[in-house]
Design a protein around this ligand. Structure first.
Ligand code: ADP
Ligand code: MG
Length: 233
């Protein structure tokens, strides 16, 4: 399905949050690199998908009512065998109803696990009443949530603007390599930022979007979690 179809389908069903696999599909169609993932409705499907995409995999709850999947025990990483898929699937199905009793469950996303050694960053987007589409960049974890170390730009923006945003955060040195950690590929991150701005400009129904985290490496960057919220109508 095209981004337009996914968005209008969600609105028709009265949903303002795209489901995990829908959000992934939207960003993928904008050329944003994202970890391969498919929706499983049962354990057998999950095992089949895992063997198709290759281990290790990550399992994640998919629900129109859940925004922060790990808060409800809905994310299990580092799964290495069919037996572990079965175990993780059942564990998530047990965890989620305890923490979110009324949440509808669509299924479980089986996703390729990103390689170790990357740095987690965040690209966000929102629609400001005055400025229109605005994009945000920051490092994952405490850097955004506690230190608020982020940079913003109003769309449209060039690749150079996006590179400037990356260089503007206080923690930029972490991206430039330290001790045994090599520098990350800033070009790949800038490319994602520019595409997020374009996505917001071309899809006015999107209210906000979060790629959190994107895992940055010396040679590439890959999105492992995408949240897209539509405007209330
Ligand atoms: P949520 O933000 O809804 O809690 P995420 O999909 O972001 O759920 O998963 C929680 C955390 O698990 C991420 O911040 C990341 O550290 C890790 N993670 C998720 N998916 C992957 C993946 N495919 N590869 C490696 N790590 C992952
Ligand atoms: Mg996340």
């Amino acid at each position: 399905m095209s981004p337009r179809e996914i968005i209008s389908n969600a609105l028709r069903e009265g949903r303002i949050k795209l489901l995990e696999h829908e959000a992934i599909s939207v960003i993928k169609s904008y050329g944003i690199p994202v970890a391969e993932a498919y929706l499983a409705k049962n354990v057998e499907e999950a095992i089949e998908i895992a063997s198709k995409i290759g281990y290790p995999v990550v399992l994640k709850i998919v629900s129109p009512d859940i925004s922060h999947k790990s808060d409800v025990g809905g994310v299990i990483v580092g799964i290495n065998s069919p037996d572990q898929v079965r175990e993780a699937f059942n564990k998530i199905m047990e965890n989620v109803p305890k923490k979110a009793p009324n949440a509808r469950i669509t299924g479980i996303l089986v996703q390729k696990m990103a390689e170790k050694g990357g740095i987690e960053v965040i690209v966000g987007g929102l629609r400001d009443n005055v400025f229109g589409p605005v994009v945000m960049f920051g490092l994952g974890g405490i850097f955004v949530e506690v230190l608020k170390d982020v940079s913003f730009r109003v769309a449209p923006l060039t690749h150079e603007d996006a590179l400037d945003m990356i260089k503007e955060i206080k923690a930029r040195k972490i991206l430039e390599g330290y001790r045994n950690t090599p520098p990350v590929n800033k070009e790949a991150l800038a490319d994602i930022i520019v595409k997020v701005a374009k996505l917001l400009e071309e899809n006015p129904e999107i209210d906000s979007l979060d790629l959190n985290p994107i895992i940055a490496y010396p040679d590439k960057a890959i999105v492992v979690d995408a949240r897209i919220i539509l405007k209330k109508r």
